[in-house]
Ligand binder design. Structure first.
Ligand code: SF4
Ligand code: MG
Length: 326
C-alpha cells in the first residue's frame, strides 16, 4: 500500500512537465568599477535571480556575464574560485549564513584560512582590522551570532565577506528586514566601505529611498527585465518609465513607512514571470498604456539624455519612434 502510494506520488512528479523559468530576459547591464548600482523592483521581478546568476549560484543557459574581461559563465576550477573570492555576496538573513556555534573570531578566521588570505600569525591583526572596518568592538570577537542584534549580525557577515578582499560586493535586500534607524546605519556603513575600499557595489532592494541614498545609477526591473536605467538623480527627478513613476508616486503621506516601496507601489498584482503578458509586460498595470502596448514589446533603448528605458511612449516623446508607427 505504501509502495503504491509512493509510486503514484512519483508519477505525479514525473507527469508534471518540466518547466524552466526564464526569470530574466535581456537583462543587459554593466556596472562600472567603483560604482554602486542600485537594482529595484517588486519581489519576484528577478533581482535576486540576477544576483545569483552573476555569482554563478544559478546556471546561465544563454547570455553572458563578463567580469573585468572574464567570461564568468565559462569559469571552472581555480579560476572560478578566484572569481568567487573577488565577487562576494552578502545576504539579508545573516542567521542563515552564519554558523551559530562559531564566534565572530572563528567565522572570520575560517574565511581567511579557507582562501589562504594571510599566514596564521597575521590572523589576529587581520580579524581586528576587519572588525574595526565594520565598527564591531574587538571585545565582541568571542561572541556567537545569537548574542548580536540583526544589524550587528550583518556587520559580521560583511566582515567575513571583506576578509576575502573582494573588489565587488553584491548586497541582496541586505537591510530590508531591519528597523529604519538600523537601515540608515547599514547604508552609511556601505557608503563608507565603498569609498575606503573602492568597492564596486550592487545594491538590490525594493525600497527606492535606500537605493537613492547609496547608488550612482539605478536599474528598475519589472518581470525579469530592466525597464529603466539612469543616473540616480536623473531617475528621481524625471522618471521616464511609467513603472518607475508609479514606484516614486507610491503611497504618499498616508503611510510614510511604506513610501517608495515597490511592494506597496503599483495597482494590480504582479503577473507571473513564467507567463508574462504579451507586448509590454507592464501594460495591464500601466495607466497610460495604449492598444499598441498590448501587442508590441518595447525594446530597451537609449533615450536622448543617455538613460535606458523600455517604453513606447518614452521612445516616442524623445522622437526615437514616430507616433504614427504606434
Ligand atoms: Fe505603459 Fe506602453 Fe510604456 Fe509599457 S510601453 S510602460 S504599457 S506606455
Ligand atoms: Mg529577492
Amino acid at each position: 500500500k505504501t509502495f503504491a502510494r509512493s509510486r503514484s506520488l512519483m508519477d505525479l512528479v514525473k507527469g508534471e512537465p518540466r518547466r524552466r523559468v526564464h526569470a530574466l530576459t535581456e537583462v543587459d547591464l554593466s556596472v562600472r568599477r567603483g560604482e554602486t548600482l542600485g537594482i529595484v523592483g517588486e519581489s519576484g521581478c528577478g533581482k535576486s535571480t540576477l544576483a545569483r546568476c552573476l555569482v554563478r549560484l544559478h546556471r546561465v543557459d544563454s547570455g553572458s556575464v563578463t567580469y573585468d574581461g572574464l567570461d564568468v559563465v565559462a569559469l571552472r576550477g581555480a579560476a572560478l574560485r578566484r572569481f568567487n573570492r573577488r565577487v562576494q555576496m552578502v545576504f539579508q538573513d545573516p542567521y542563515g549564513s552564519l554558523n551559530p556555534r562559531m564566534t565572530v573570531r572563528a567565522t572570520i578566521a575560517e574565511a581567511l584560512s579557507v582562501h589562504r588570505i594571510c599566514p596564521r600569525r597575521e590572523m589576529p591583526a587581520r580579524i581586528a582590522a576587519l572588525m574595526d572596518l565594520v565598527h564591531l568592538p574587538l571585545s565582541a570577537a568571542g561572541r556567537r551570532p545569537h548574542e548580536f542584534s540583526g544589524g550587528q549580525r550583518q556587520r559580521i557577515g560583511i566582515a567575513r565577506a571583506l576578509a576575502l578582499e573582494p573588489d565587488c560586493l553584491i548586497a541582496d535586500e541586505l537591510v530590508s528586514a531591519l528597523d529604519v534607524s538600523v537601515q540608515a546605519q547599514m547604508v552609511n556603513l556601505l557608503l563608507e566601505l565603498q569609498e575606503r575600499l573602492h568597492l564596486t557595489v550592487l545594491f538590490i532592494a525594493h525600497d527606492l529611498r535606500l537605493v537613492r541614498h547609496l547608488s550612482h545609477r539605478v536599474a528598475v526591473m519589472y518581470l525579469g527585465r530592466v525597464v529603466e536605467l539612469a543616473e540616480t538623480e536623473a531617475l528621481f527627478a524625471h522618471p521616464r518609465h511609467p513603472y518607475t513613476r508609479a514606484l516614486l508616486d507610491a503611497a504618499p503621506e498616508l503611510d510614510p513607512s511604506r513610501r517608495g516601496s515597490a511592494e506597496a507601489a503599483v495597482r494590480g498584482e504582479l503577473p507571473s514571470p513564467v507567463n508574462p503578458p504579451p507586448g509590454c509586460a507592464f501594460h495591464p498595470r500601466c495607466p497610460v498604456a495604449i492598444e499598441y502596448c498590448r501587442r508590441v514589446r518595447p525594446e530597451l533603448v537609449r533615450l536622448r539624455d543617455g538613460r535606458l528605458a523600455a517604453c513606447h511612449l518614452a521612445a516616442t516623446e524623445d522622437g526615437l519612434v514616430q507616433s504614427t508607427e504606434l
